[in-house]
Design a protein. Structure first.
Length: 392
């Protein structure tokens, strides 16, 4: 298999989008609860969509200006500008799809929990989140795959960097803008509703609560989705750039056989094929939830992650060592990176759902000062441990 061929990459990306659409239809087919639940859900959905459209209208001005400047900028040119525009559009699409899925899944998860219990609620919420994850991975892989198909030669690969810059621009504004909005809505809701009007927290009679829930969606879903999209495509494109600019001596140490331009092309295509393998394994991990749905929620999510991770590591070995005939050092880099990412996730789960969290709750019984001190200690540990994992 020649790793410069992008047809399988684009095909798997399209498959991922089709699966995401089917899962979205499944989520939409679930009961949405009573009239009051549906009315509140509609208000949150309408508010989230209004925020997104308003934000994207402002961002469109920025994107057009930067696009025009890139065309005439020395060393960038039309191709970089087009890739920049494509990256921004793909990021917007990923955020829009994720927002629609989340606002549809939220109320259906509540109804599933009320009517059928924990297992049903987990299945609905997991699939609602899977739509966002698959959309981010599939759109990113499709965009970079098409750009690589057109500009994948070592002499023109530099233009693909514009795609990552376009994705980064949307992520910057979406993450910050959504985060500011959600915090402002949260504080305003508490001040006006709880303090001035005496309305309990998260009571839908307080309009600020609707704004708060809108903020949670735009900040933690659309903003986070754009952030993940930027990191996803940025890491792929950065690896392509390293391979495109590597010396023949370096390429000779990475690929068994003759170090020539065909070896360079295979190394440039490798990150896209690994991303393709990751998407396929993620699909299998998503489908594994059909078996794991009756497990305790945290365990089910953890095991589905393990399934996708183990499958990916097996496939990655086949692609790197067996097909590409590359140095095992490349595989060990992928292996250690994957294990570190998994370890960080497990550490985060431990500090947010196990003994450290309970210690903060226990400290709260003795007063705010103790609570603050305990929270700071746990927060510091939860930040230092992942950093140590990364350093090691």
């Amino acid at each position: 298999m020649f790793l410069g061929n992008m047809t399988p990459v684009v095909g798997v990306a399209v498959l991922g989008l089709i699966v995401a659409l089917l899962i979205y239809k499944f989520v939409k087919s679930q009961p949405a609860g009573n009239d009051l639940m549906q009315d509140i859900s509609k208000q949150i959905h309408d508010g989230a969509m209004a925020f997104l459209f308003r934000e994207y209208r402002v961002l469109a001005i920025f994107i057009v200006i930067v696009f025009a400047l890139m065309i005439f900028a020395p060393g960038l040119g039309l191709y970089t500008a087009i890739c920049f525009l494509a990256g921004a559009i793909c990021s917007v699409m990923a955020g829009f799809i994720g927002m629609n899925s989340a606002t549809a899944a939220n109320v259906r998860t509540s109804e599933a929990a009320r009517a059928k219990g924990l297992a049903a609620a987990l299945f609905v919420s997991f699939n609602g989140g899977a739509v966002m994850g698959l959309a981010v991975a599939s759109i990113g892989l499709l965009g970079v795959g098409v750009a690589f198909y057109i500009l994948g030669d070592a002499s023109t690969a530099q233009y693909i960097n514009g795609f990552a810059m376009g994705a980064s621009s949307i992520a910057l504004f979406s993450r910050v803008g959504g985060g500011i909005y959600t915090k402002a809505a949260d504080v305003g809701s508490d001040l006006v509703g709880k303090i001035e009007a005496g309305i309990p927290e998260d009571d839908p009679r307080n309009p600020g609560v609707i704004a708060d829930n809108v903020g949670d969606n735009v900040g933690d879903i659309a903003g986070m989705g754009a952030d993940i999209f930027e990191s996803y495509v940025g890491s792929i494109i950065a690896t392509v750039a390293i391979a495109a600019t590597a010396s023949m001596a370096t390429i000779g140490t990475l690929v068994t056989g003759t170090a020539d331009e065909s070896a360079r092309a295979m190394l440039m295509g490798l990150p896209l094929y690994l991303a393709m393998a990751g998407l396929i394994c993620s699909l299998l991990g998503v489908f594994s939830m059909m078996i794991l749905r009756n497990f305790e929620p945290a365990k089910a999510l953890r095991y589905s992650t393990f399934i996708g991770t183990i499958l990916f590591l097996i496939v990655a070995y086949g692609v790197i060592v067996c097909i590409l005939k590359a140095s095992t050092g490349i595989y060990f880099s992928v292996l250690f990176g994957t294990l570190c990412g998994t370890a960080i996730g497990l550490v985060t789960e431990y500090y947010t759902s196990s003994k450290p969290m309970m210690s903060v709750a226990t400290a709260s019984k003795t007063g705010p000062a103790t609570n603050i001190i305990s929270g700071m200690a746990v927060g510091l540990q939860s930040a230092v441990v992942p950093m140590l994992i990364i350093c090691v």
